[in-house]
Design a protein around this ligand. Structure first.
Ligand code: ADP
Length: 453
């Protein structure tokens, strides 16, 4: 650019010299006075230089500055502006260049913002994303996808999908997406024990040609777990209901077939039918309680509950079932504590734990219920000197229908739902329930409840 400018400047200077020379030659023919001639030529030279400087300042220099600015804009520097004091056409040119630069700047800022927003969404979405071109090269993987497998971002980008993705199901999904040019969905489990759902979708260009594919991976492990819990629960409920119903039906049929006429058998069978129907009723009541507790709309009926009064209420029942079995029942509660709680639900918790303690404690054993205050929490402990719980069973006893000794628990009339209900009630009161136990020594259940003031 500079050389171009100096060349044109040189040609201007040469033209002036040529013009002055020609004018000098012409004037020398008519003017004899050399001094006059030289003065005219000097004057002409000065005028020419002034004109040249004017042209340079007003036309050549602005074009030079404008060209520089445009080159910077082309290179992506949208902050570049035309800074030159000019007027006339070059001022208009400068203004237009600056307007263009401002627009480009604004567009580029908007573009940057959109790109940033898009990458934030891609990076922070809960599902894994992978972008593959039509040749099978990976162009994009997001953070969630990386967290699903063992490799790093660098391992994936620019690699062929079959070199870096190990799961056969992913390969198949990609191949089918390319082959059938439509959305493909698969579910598979990874080596880390995760369940993934993969959806492959083809990408087409504006001409409708296949350009690549995008893979979306969802971690459905939690969903699968819930599904299996639900299946287990349905199977358990069916089994639990089937047992008493089969028994009732069997004894009713035997009665019908003739046992009705034998008084001893009749009495015995009717007693069994009555017992089984009571068990059925208990089971249904427990199932209903659980379902109510798990309902989203379930609300506790919180009222101020005097814990000493509550212990007195269940005291009689506790004493009765304990004495029936020859068990010593002790209550230790010095201070009365008032809790903002659901009275009936709390009572149910204590009765469940007390009944279990008595059930699983042999004759001459001791069941102790003590209550005290630790910091801002109420602590209730129900301790027995019973059969205890094996270490391996301890973490599972709060599961629905989990029984250690199934036959024995059924015989005691247990539904296997008592502790599940108990835990639920404690947790909806923002509390926690803990258990410590030693086989043949005894078990202690501890309930911690926040004291609302
Ligand atoms: P169930 O109605 O069968 O008693 P729970 O949910 O109340 O069901 O208890 C689950 C299991 O935990 C029981 O079957 C029993 O094996 C065990 N269990 C509960 N409380 C005690 C306890 N105090 N001592 C020993 N085992 C207990």
């Amino acid at each position: 650019m500079k050389s171009l400018l100096s060349k044109s400047l040189l040609s201007y200077v040469l033209s002036i010299f040529l013009l002055v020379f020609i004018t000098g030659c012409l004037l020398s023919q008519i003017v004899d006075n050399y001094i006059f001639l030289i003065s005219i030529l000097i004057m002409e030279f000065i005028v020419m230089v002034i004109i040249l400087l004017h042209i340079f300042e007003n036309y050549i220099k602005p074009i030079q500055v404008a060209t520089k600015t445009i080159t910077k804009l082309v290179d992506g520097n949208y902050w570049s502006r035309f800074h030159y004091k000019s007027n006339g056409m070059s001022a208009v040119l400068g203004n237009e260049i600056n307007k263009l630069a401002r627009d480009l700047n604004q567009l580029s800022t908007q573009q940057d913002m959109k790109t940033e927003q898009l990458s934030t969404v891609i990076e922070n979405t809960e599902c894994g994303l992978v972008l593959i071109d039509e040749k099978g090269y990976i162009h994009l993987v997001n953070r969630t996808f990386i967290s699903m497998f063992d490799k790093t971002h660098q391992d994936y980008i620019g690699s062929l999908y079959y070199d870096v993705l190990d799961d056969e199901e992913i390969h198949q999904t990609i191949q089918h997406t390319f082959l059938y040019e439509r959305k493909i969905k698969e579910t598979f489990s990874t080596v880390h024990g995760h369940y993934l759902e993969i959806v492959g979708a083809p990408i087409f260009n504006e001409k409708g040609h296949l350009n690549g594919s995008v893979l979306v991976l969802y971690d459905i492990t939690e969903f699968k777990k819930l599904e299996s819990i639900r299946k287990d629960f349905v199977a358990n409920v069916s089994h639990e209901l089937k047992t008493p119903i089969t028994s009732i039906r069997g004894f009713a049929e035997t009665l019908e077939e003739g046992a009705m006429n034998e008084e001893v058998l009749r009495k015995e069978f009717i007693k069994i039918i009555h017992g089984e129907s009571k068990r059925l009723q208990l089971l249904i009541e427990d199932l209903l309680t659980l379902s109510r507790l798990e309902n989203d709309e379930f609300k506790l009926m919180r009222t101020p509950v005097s814990m000493k009064e509550l212990l007195n209420e269940i005291g009689l029942m506790g004493e009765q079932i304990a004495t029936e079995k020859g068990i010593n029942y002790i209550v230790k509660a010095e201070e009365d504590i008032t809790l903002l709680a659901d009275h009936d639900k709390l009572k149910q918790v204590l009765i469940n734990l007390l009944a279990n303690a008595v059930h699983y404690t042999p004759q001459h054993g001791v069941v102790t219920l003590d209550m005290d205050k630790i910091d801002d929490q109420l602590r209730i402990r129900i301790k027995d000197t019973g059969i205890g719980i094996d270490e391996q069973d301890l973490p599972r006893i709060f599961e629905r229908f989990y029984r250690i000794d199934k036959a024995r628990s059924r015989n005691t009339g247990g539904t296997g739902l008592g502790l599940a209900i108990t835990k639920h009630i404690v947790e909806v009161h923002d509390g926690q329930i803990l258990v410590e136990s030693e086989l043949d020594v005894g078990t202690t259940f501890t309930i911690l409840l926040p004291i609302h003031t």
